[in-house]
Every structure is written in structure tokens, then in C-alpha cells.
Design a protein around this ligand. Structure first.
Ligand code: FES
Length: 337
């Protein structure tokens, strides 16, 4: 868990467009202490509607002293991608030293990488690292169409016939169960893509009787069932109604309002920001990969960093958060206001 973000000055030195709606931005970063492993992320300070905010992106392999991020201009963006798309050469911001929660284990005898759309960003680095070490690896890359497959030429050069691409517009699809069946017992899968793909993979993996620890995944934060809408949050015992704008997360809005929150990944993966749901006047849009469907049903909680309500009013109880942080401050980040 993160104890403190280490911010570094960063200046845009290169902008490329590996796919029509994906921008690859490279920053020269001051005092970057080390390289990074595939799957690592960096935080970047952005400005949304004139207000400062932080967004987290996967880092793409780049030359020493630089960090590169590939960001899709999302129609439902909460503002982070729109900000990155405004950056020009020479613009300055701050980024953090990369950290990794989506690590390759290097223990498998065979790897299957699966990327859905812009989920290719961590998978690309993994493919590069595995190919460089001569590891047995196959990659599946699905996207809307061939033109939208960022880094496909590079991946083809690396993997050759071991790369299989699937274009949704051409009616192509892949069979997860059949792919998993080709893996040896200690084979591992690394997957990044939309929530639906992850859920399907988890289901197929379980059905195949495979160990959960050998399916590793992450999801990109702003892909929910519904477009972002503003909603209100009442925090039990807090006495204030907090408004969550469409372009901010519930976690950001709660912290701005001074509600004590603990969090770490900001990507719906660690579960630290989860709060209890008391009631919701609209539908919930769960965007985390931390809770299973059963857990959501039996003990309704919501990850404030990515999940939200589809408008209306949500009543939450974060009382246990305060209790949890009183005895000792864990390494997790604690912020209020
Ligand atoms: S901070 Fe990790 S799930 Fe929200």
C-alpha cells in the first residue's frame, strides 16, 4: 500500500497518436529514481473544470528519464482524459514515481495476455517484457476495429503468430473457455479491458477449476454501465449532503467535503475506499473489480473511487472507516478535505 505519493516535475516532450482516439504522451520527468516494471501506474495532476484532481494511468515502456501514458479520449470521461488531450509539447505538470499492482509473476510456464481496447496499455509492456525474456506467451487483442488497436504493429513485430486480433466491427470474437483450456496447469492469464470482459473471464476461469491466483486483471476506471451523471450523497452521521459532479468521483467529492476516507489504488481494485450502502434512489453503477456479485448482494458496499449512482440520492455509512483508522494510521493514504 502506498504511504505517500512522491511527486516529480514533468514536462511533455512528445505526443503521438497510436490510434485515432488514443493519445500517447511522453513526459521528461525530473529526478525519476528508477525504471519500472510492466503493469506499473503513475498518478498525474490534472485540472478538471478549473479544479485540481489526480488521475492514474498505466505507464507505457519509454526511454530512461521519461514516463509515457496512453490515454483514450472517453466520451464519458470524468475529465482526466480530456485534460490529457489538451496537453501540448512543453506543458508542465507533476507525476508520481510508478508503482505496480498488476505485476507479472514470472513463475508460469505459459502466459496468456488478453487486452480489450485501451486495456492494451499494461498488456503491451507485459508482452514486450515476456518476449524479451523468451517466455512462452500468446496474446489476444480485441477492439472495436483494426484501426483502433493501438500498438498492434509493435505487438505483431514482437509476437508474430502468437498475437491474435479480433475486430468487433467485423463480427469477430474469441472463446475464453477454449483459450484457457490450452494453458498448462501453472499457466497464467493477465487481462485488462472493460468490466464485461473481466467478469466473463473470471466466470470462465472459475468454471475451468483454475486457481484464482493465476488469473490477474485490472479494469479501466471510467467504464460503467451508465454515463456519468451528478448525484447526491448523504453520509450517515455526517449531517451534510454532498453533491458529486459528473466529472468527479464520489471519493473526490466526499474528501472535498471533509468526509474522512481511506483509499489507496483509486482504481476499484483494493477495496479500501468501500463504504456501506444504506439506500439509493436510483441505480448503482459498480465499476470496481474488488467485490464479487455475491458480496455486493449480501453486504452492499460501493467503492467510492470508481463506482457511482445513476443520479438521485445515495445514502452511505462510512462509520467503520473512522473506527478503522483510529488505532493506528496504516500505510494506506488517509485524507480529508
Ligand atoms: S481506492 Fe482502491 S478500490 Fe477504491
Amino acid at each position: 500500500m502506498r504511504s505517500k505519493l512522491e511527486w516529480r516535475q514533468a514536462k511533455v516532450v512528445e505526443i503521438e497518436t497510436p490510434a485515432p482516439d488514443i493519445r500517447l504522451v511522453t513526459f521528461a520527468v525530473e529526478a525519476l529514481t528508477s525504471g519500472f516494471d510492466p503493469g506499473s501506474h503513475t498518478n498525474i495532476k490534472v485540472v478538471i473544470n478549473g479544479a485540481p484532481a489526480i488521475r492514474t494511468y498505466t505507464v507505457i515502456p519509454s526511454r530512461p528519464g521519461t514516463l509515457a501514458i496512453a490515454v483514450k479520449l472517453h466520451p464519458n470521461s470524468r475529465g482526466g482524459s480530456a485534460y490529457v488531450w489538451t496537453l501540448k509539447i512543453g506543458d508542465a505538470t507533476e507525476v508520481t514515481e510508478p508503482e505496480n499492482r498488476f505485476e507479472l509473476s514470472w513463475r508460469a510456464s505459459q502466459y496468456l495476455l488478453i487486452a480489450g481496447g485501451v486495456g492494451v496499455t499494461p498488456i503491451y509492456g507485459m508482452a514486450k517484457a515476456l518476449a524479451a525474456r523468451g517466455q512462452p506467451v500468446r496474446m489476444i487483442y480485441g477492439a472495436k476495429n483494426v484501426a483502433s488497436m493501438a500498438f498492434a504493429p509493435e505487438l505483431k513485430g514482437l509476437l508474430g503468430e502468437r498475437l491474435a486480433t479480433y475486430s468487433q466491427d467485423d463480427g469477430e470474437s474469441f472463446d475464453l473457455a477454449a483459450e484457457f483450456a490450452t494453458l498448462p496447469e501453472d499457466g497464467e492469464v493477465y487481462i485488462c479491458g472493460p468490466l464485461g470482459l473481466l467478469e466473463a473471464a473470471k466466470t470462465a476461469w472459475r468454471a475451468a477449476g483454475r486457481p484464482a491466483s493465476r488469473l490477474r486483471y485490472e479494469v479501466f476506471g471510467d467504464n460503467g454501465r451508465f454515463a456519468e451523471q451528478p448525484f447526491e450523497v448523504d453520509v450517515a452521521g455526517f449531517g451534510t449532503t454532498v453533491s458529486v459532479r459528473a466529472d468527479q468521483t464520489m471519493l473526490e467529492a466526499l474528501m472535498e467535503a471533509g468526509v474522512p476516507m481511506i483509499f489507496d489504488c483509486r482504481r476499484g481494485e483494493c477495496g479500501l475506499c468501500a463504504v456501506k450502502i444504506v439506500s439509493c434512489s436510483s441505480e448503482l453503477d459498480h465499476r470496481d473489480v474488488f467485490f464479487s456479485q455475491e458480496e455486493r448482494r449480501d453486504d452492499p458496499r460501493i467503492c467510492a473511487c470508481v463506482s457511482r449512482a445513476r443520479g438521485g440520492r445515495l445514502v452511505i455509512d462510512n462509520g467503520y472507516v473512522t473506527e478503522a483508522i483510529l488505532p493506528a494510521t496504516s500505510a494506506a493514504t488517509l485524507q480529508a478535505g
